[in-house]
Design a protein around this ligand. Structure first.
Ligand code: FE2
Length: 199
C-alpha cells in the first residue's frame, strides 16, 4: 500500500460519493501518473508538516483532483502543443473554477473544492483565478502548487524534454515567495537531501 493509499484508507466516503458526479473521468484522474506523483510528493510534505490523518486525506484528494476542471476544457485546446494564444489561455485558466464547480456540491468535499479552486494562486497574489495571497490560499493548495510544478518540470512532454531534479529544484527555489509559499519550498527542497548544494 502506498503512503497516499494508507492516508485515504480511513475514510472513503467522499470518494464514493464522487462516482455519480463524473464516473467516466474519475477513474482517469485516479490513474493519471502525474496526479499520482503529485499525491506522493504532497503527502510527504503533509506528513512533514504534521498534518492529521483527516487533513492528509483531504490533501490527497486535492492533489489527485487538482486538474479535474480540465475535463471542461475543449480537447482542441487541452491537447494543443504550446504556445497557446491569448484566447486559448483564457479558456485554460478557467479550469480551477470549473473544478470547484464540479466538486463543491459533493457532501464533505467543500474544503477540497476550495483548495482545487486555489491551486494556481501565487503566494504574492499574482496567480489566478481569485488573486489570493499568502495564508489566504488554502494550505493544501500551496503544497499542491509546488508538487504540481515540480512533477510537470521533471516529466517529458512531446514538445520538450524533462528537466533534471536539480534543475527543477532550482526553479522551485527561484519562485519562492513569489509563486510559492517559502516555508513549503524550504521543506520540499529538504526532502531531496542528496540534491542540497547541487543547484
Ligand atoms: Fe491546474
Amino acid at each position: 500500500m502506498t503512503r497516499a493509499a494508507a492516508a485515504s484508507s480511513s475514510d472513503s466516503g467522499p470518494v464514493l460519493q464522487l462516482a455519480p458526479v463524473f464516473p467516466r473521468r474519475l477513474r482517469d484522474h485516479w490513474l493519471d501518473p502525474h496526479a499520482a506523483e503529485v499525491v506522493e510528493l504532497a503527502i510527504d510534505l503533509g506528513r512533514a508538516a504534521g498534518l492529521s490523518s483527516a487533513a492528509l486525506f483531504e490533501l490527497e484528494l486535492v492533489a489527485r483532483l487538482h486538474d479535474v476542471g480540465k475535463d471542461a476544457v475543449p480537447h482542441a485546446i487541452l491537447r494543443k502543443p504550446p504556445p497557446l494564444n491569448d484566447a486559448e489561455w483564457a479558456v485554460m485558466r478557467r479550469h480551477p473554477e470549473w473544478g470547484f464547480e464540479m466538486l463543491v456540491d459533493v457532501p464533505g468535499l467543500e474544503p477540497v473544492a476550495r483548495a482545487v479552486h486555489a491551486h494556481h494562486e501565487h503566494w504574492d497574489g499574482n496567480g489566478y483565478p481569485q488573486r489570493l495571497a499568502g495564508p489566504d490560499i488554502p494550505f493544501a493548495s500551496r503544497i499542491v502548487a509546488v508538487c504540481d510544478a515540480f512533477s510537470a518540470m521533471t516529466t517529458e512532454r512531446p514538445y520538450r524534454g524533462a528537466r533534471s531534479v536539480a534543475e527543477a529544484l532550482a526553479e522551485v527555489r527561484r519562485c519562492t515567495a513569489t509563486q510559492f509559499d517559502p516555508a513549503i519550498v524550504d521543506a520540499f527542497v529538504l526532502s531531496f537531501p542528496e540534491q542540497v548544494g547541487v543547484a
